[in-house]
Design a protein around this ligand. Structure first.
Ligand code: FAD
Length: 293
């Protein structure tokens, strides 16, 4: 650990935060819950000259249903709030699953979804649910705003499309457009403090007894969260039988590219992809048939 010195600002409006970020230049960085950033500063991995807290920007916190049936999630929403949100449980249950599993109760009370996405680790647990729900992310800077697909946002471990002068200001999940369900399944070594060894997240939309659209995203088996087109394609237009779900889970292994590390071998992770994807698809189907989205 290092002794570090930097300036600190706690703006009370988004306009003020964006101006500080733009005017200070690349030495400035935002902090939300601080569960990743403060550790990285103490370890000397980053040495910002100005830390801008987003904590007072209440406008960026909370979950609001959109008029079209979608969901607007504020980036400052904590994992604890996501896990217990009735809107998230109803419309994006995979996101509630992931948020409720993450870290320890103390971490879940501080850690935000915006920090989890911007941190962009291969094991970032909220990224796969946001991706399978087809979310768009709103990025705002002092003089403008743009939207990017969540599926494109994380480009490399620790790297995203966000620029140094931008703040992630909204996560928008579209309406499902029919009966749909989602689920997140994971395996960790020690639940309270260990990061994910492998996760699989599934989203299914049904149409007249068939799968109208399937989305699968795998965590911790590649440099970034990986969508699984091989598994998805097998379900397109298929009947959601146990056999078809199992075949899609087996095929999804082709889309993973895990590494050996101290948490698990590549072979073990491939096995987990199959098991966890089958479970996630099965639970997503149950939820779709039960009316969740
Ligand atoms: C003990 C422990 C256990 C953990 N377990 C897990 C786990 O199981 N799964 C998991 O995925 N993670 C885990 N984490 C990692 C961490 O808690 C999460 O990544 C968390 O969601 C980060 O959110 P934060 O608000 O604390 O981010 P911060 O630390 O505040 O910020 C992280 C990064 O995101 C940027 N950022 C934050 N908000 C915004 C925004 N709105 N716009 C632009 N940039 C922004 C910051 O500048 C910084 O670079 C764990 C951490 C600890 C300490």
């Amino acid at each position: 650990m290092q002794t570090v010195h930097h300036d600190f600002a706690e703006p009370s409006s988004l306009v003020e935060a964006l101006a500080l970020l733009a005017d200070h230049g690349p030495g400035a960085i935002t902090v939300a819950g601080g569960t990743d950033l403060l550790r990285n500063i103490r370890l000397g991995k980053i040495q910002p000259s100005l830390v801008i807290s987003l904590a007072r920007l209440d406008v960026l916190a909370g979950v609001r249903p959109a008029a079209d049936g979608g969901l607007n999630v504020g980036p400052l929403t904590t994992m604890a709030a996501l896990a217990r949100s009735a809107h998230v449980l109803e419309r994006a249950p995979a996101l509630a699953d992931a948020a409720g599993h993450m870290g320890s109760p103390q971490v879940r009370n501080r850690a935000t979804i915006g920090g989890n996405l911007c941190n962009a680790r291969p094991c970032a647990d909220t990224a796969p649910p946001v991706i399978v729900h087809g979310a768009t992310l709103e990025l705002t800077r002092k003089d403008g705003m743009r939207e990017v697909a969540a599926a494109d946002f994380i480009t490399n471990p620790g790297q995203t499309l966000i620029q140094a002068d931008e703040i992630l200001t909204a996560i928008r999940l579209p309406a499902p457009g029919g009966p749909a369900g989602s689920a997140f399944e994971t395996l960790t070594n020690r639940k309270a403090v260990e990061i994910t060894i492998t996760s699989s997240t599934a989203w299914l939309r049904l149409d007249g007894g068939r799968v109208d659209q399937a989305r699968i995203c795998l965590g911790s088996v590649g440099p970034i969260p990986l969508v699984a087109p091989t598994g998805e394609a097998l379900l397109q237009g298929a009947e959601p039988t146990a056999e078809n779900l199992a075949a899609a889970a087996t095929a999804s292994v082709n889309d993973a590219s895990p590494m050996d590390d101290f948490r698990g071998s590549a072979d073990y992770r491939n096995h987990l992809v199959e098991v966890l994807t089958r479970r996630a698809l099965t639970k997503a189907l149950e939820r779709a048939q039960g009316g969740a989205s």
